[in-house]
Design a protein around this ligand. Structure first.
Ligand code: IMP
Length: 199
């Protein structure tokens, strides 16, 4: 069976994070009728897989099964080279129960300082998965490389945006015009692949 997504398909977006829902909606450009897992009152499954792609698939499959709709899910995070790829799939969890990303950014800063390393390279990854209620699924991954700098700068993004500057740039994602970030982000790159695969 060829997996294709027709324009106007009703899609459930399996995220409860408003920042990511806004970016996904912008990237999807009004192509689909979007409803979020939060709006449908779906439970958020526990992210038990060891990779971004595994967790994106797990979330898309859970939402497709619970809603009977085609589901789109993402899993994303920041990986720091000198920290062996941490926080990676634990990016959200480093913000603690208060979901305070200033706590998470400070942990990155403290761990880098403890290592005494000059390597401030990092990358964001976004895995996007689409799952159909009857079982098939597709998953892709996008990445953007950059550097970390402290203290955090800018209040326009979310998560780790204020400490991440993409390669070749001088503004952090937190300082950047949202449309400029959205055009180059790991999410945009993953979506470009999804488009090639499904549209
Ligand atoms: P999850 O995909 O819901 O598990 O969470 C991923 C976490 O990674 C988010 O809560 C953010 O903290 C971080 N993250 C992912 N994408 C971005 C981004 O574009 N900017 C800043 N932080 C991000």
């Amino acid at each position: 069976m060829a997996l294709k997504l027709d324009p106007g398909t009703r899609l459930v977006v399996a995220t409860h994070n408003p920042g990511k829902a806004r970016e996904l909606a912008e990237i999807l450009e009004g192509r689909f009728e979007l409803v979020t897992a939060g709006e449908l009152g779906l439970d958020e499954p526990e992210e038990t897989e060891a990779s971004f792609t595994g967790n994106a698939l797990l979330k898309a499959r859970a939402a497709a099964q619970a809603s009977g709709l085609v589901a789109l899910a993402d899993d994303s995070g920041l990986s720091v080279t000198a920290l062996g790829g941490a926080p990676g799939i634990y990016s959200a969890r480093w913000a603690g129960p208060g979901k305070d990303f200033y706590v998470a950014m400070d942990r990155v800063r403290t761990e880098l300082k403890a290592l005494g390393t000059a390597d401030n390279s990092a990358w964001f990854t976004c895995a996007l998965a689409v799952a159909w209620p009857d079982g098939p699924a597709v998953v892709v991954e996008g990445r953007i490389d950059g550097t970390l700098s402290f203290p955090p700068r800018g209040d326009r993004g979310f998560g780790y945006d204020p400490v991440f500057t993409p390669l070749g740039g001088d503004q952090t994602f937190g300082e950047m015009e949202p449309a400029i970030k959205d055009a180059m982000s790991h999410r945009a790159r993953a979506f470009a692949q999804l488009k090639d695969a499904l549209l």
